[in-house]
Design a protein around this ligand. Structure first.
Ligand SMILES: [Zn+2]
Length: 384
């Protein structure tokens, strides 16, 4: 069995945290981790290079490159493949590639009130196994159900598990403590303790919209600046700027669901009246469509207009050019996107502002789970 992988960066999992840590103390162990990261990033996820090419790409000496490669081969994170014949004279060199099947991540999404869903992904974030539990209608999600599903997914893993990821609605702090998740009825919920009791590995608990925008940025369209709006039981947004998720000082960046809209009239769970969530969340839209099935198209278009109105200001404020909608396809579809697009265009268009593109999530309903797993990849392997 390969040895346990060292965790490369701190609990925040951000590039900045990693960089400042390295600058503060360049101990031999830091240099070793930096070299490992450089080699893995050069190969991740599907590139192949020889040792000599890796030395050139990373700026490391040939000796250091060979040492790091030997260590990563020993860890199972790299594998040797075909030989490459040089154009000129010289020996053929063996190509190396990242071994995505050398580990797994278990990732669970808590944002759907009807079911608890989980996946096992490999180290390229590809889904290998799935499991889900139906939740009783209106029932409160118990932490034991999350831990139970996690155990089921762990039982499906036949390789080492490098981390567990949880995408949850609500506010989550840097330590992964769920400060408040009104839709789950949770306050100061610590899932990590129960999960650590199952397996000794890093646990990343993150807001579902933050996770989804991370996935969209790294595994979706490859856009590094975007707002992702998640329409589920509640409405939340994730903000990606320069490839980093913006979480805010109190970890509430993107909590747009409880901002009061001027034409909102319904009472909200938060105590206010007319929050965005009372106008465009899945349960609200589903109920409206159920009541007036012939009006479905118009109800969804109206929701798109409301979202466009809500997003026009942050779009102009940040110069973000991509807005992505994610949610159930019966509601979050072309009709919604087109209505939001024309509203944003109408409200923001000027020769000073860049064109804004409103799109559907390319990843779909797995986005939060894949993004949370991606955060484990960033934290444990630093490849993202
Ligand atoms: Zn509210």
């Amino acid at each position: 069995m390969a040895r346990r992988l060292p965790v490369l960066i701190d609990a925040r999992g951000s590039r900045q945290a990693n960089a400042s840590h390295r600058l503060a103390s360049a101990a031999p162990s830091d240099i070793r981790l930096r070299n490992r990261t450089a080699v893995m990033r050069a190969l991740y996820p599907y590139d192949s290079h020889s040792r000599a090419e890796l030395a050139k790409l990373t700026g490391m000496s040939k000796v250091s490159t060979s040492d790091v490669v030997a260590e990563l081969l020993d860890d199972g994170l790299l594998v040797e493949g075909a030989y490459k014949t040089p154009h000129g004279p010289g020996k053929p060199s063996q190509l190396l590639r990242f071994n995505a099947s050398s580990g797994a991540i278990v990732s669970i999404d808590l944002s759907d009130v009807t079911r608890l869903r989980g996946v096992v992904v490999d180290l390229s974030d590809k889904v290998m196994h799935r499991a889900e539990i139906a939740l009783p209608h209106g029932g409160r999600l118990e932490p034991t159900e999350v831990i139970g599903l996690c155990q089921r997914l762990l039982d499906m893993c036949d390789v080492r598990v490098i981390g567990i990821a949880i995408a949850t609605p609500g506010t989550v702090n840097d330590e992964g403590l769920i400060l408040e998740a009104p839709n789950l009825g949770w306050v100061d919920m610590d899932l990590a303790d129960g999960l650590h009791a199952l397996i000794d590995c890093p646990v990343v608990v993150t807001n579902d919209a933050d996770a989804a925008v991370f996935a969209e940025g790294y595994f979706g369209g490859g856009v590094s600046d975007m707002i992702l709006v998640q329409i589920a039981d509640g409405v939340g947004a994730g903000l990606l700027i320069d490839g980093n998720v913006v979480r805010g000082k109190g970890f509430t960046a993107g909590e747009i669901g409880h901002v009061v809209m001027s034409d909102g009239v319904r009472p909200c769970v938060c105590g206010k009246t007319g929050c965005l969530e009372t106008i465009v969340s899945s349960p609200v839209l589903d109920a409206a469509v159920e009541e007036r099935p012939d009006d479905a198209e118009r109800i969804i278009a109206r929701a798109g207009e409301e979202l466009g109105r809500a997003l026009a200001m942050p779009v102009a404020l940040t110069n973000i050019t991509h807005v992505v909608f994610s949610g159930p396809s019966r509601l979050v579809n072309r009709t919604m996107v087109e209505a939001a697009q024309s509203t944003i265009d109408l409200l923001t268009k000027s020769r000073f502002l860049d064109e804004v593109h409103v799109e559907l999530s390319t990843i779909g309903e797995d986005a939060a789970m894949l993004g949370a797993a991606g955060m484990v990849l960033r934290r444990v392997l630093a490849v993202l």
